[in-house]
Design a protein around this ligand. Structure first.
Ligand SMILES: [Zn+2]
Length: 123
């Protein structure tokens, strides 16, 4: 029986072993990849910085949400936010739901004073 040192804990293990019996690490390339990262092309840290897999609508909703306190952007943030949420609901592989909700909520909040100001000016 040929034994090799485990690349993770250096304990002797069977050469054909797919999983180390000492430390529990997977030695089979395919198994190891599946267990460590279900989405190898998406680094979570990178995803937080770069809009990978996000819809353009959700990115727009995020920025419009930030601009909503300027009031005139609020109705657009609300509209784009709702559109983005609908798009992400249709296709669950798309990200950016947080941004979409943020845009819709900010837009919704600031649309109220925006409409109030418009009504007051019309009088
Ligand atoms: Zn090991």
């Amino acid at each position: 029986m040929s034994e090799v040192p485990c690349p993770y804990c250096a304990e002797p293990i069977k050469q054909a072993a797919r999983k180390c019996r000492h430390c529990g690490e997977f030695l089979d390339e395919e198994l190891a990849r599946q267990r460590r990262s279900p989405e190898p092309e998406y680094d979570p840290a990178l995803k937080a910085l770069v809009p990978v897999g996000r819809t353009p609508l959700s990115i727009a909703a995020g920025y419009l949400g930030l601009l909503s306190p300027l009031l005139c952007f609020a109705p657009f943030a609300l509209a784009v936010g709702i559109l983005a949420i609908a798009e992400i609901r249709r296709d669950s592989s798309k990200g950016g739901l947080g941004r979409a909700i943020f845009g819709a909520v900010m837009g919704g909040l600031f649309t109220i004073p925006f409409v109030a100001l418009l009504v007051m000016r019309m009088r």
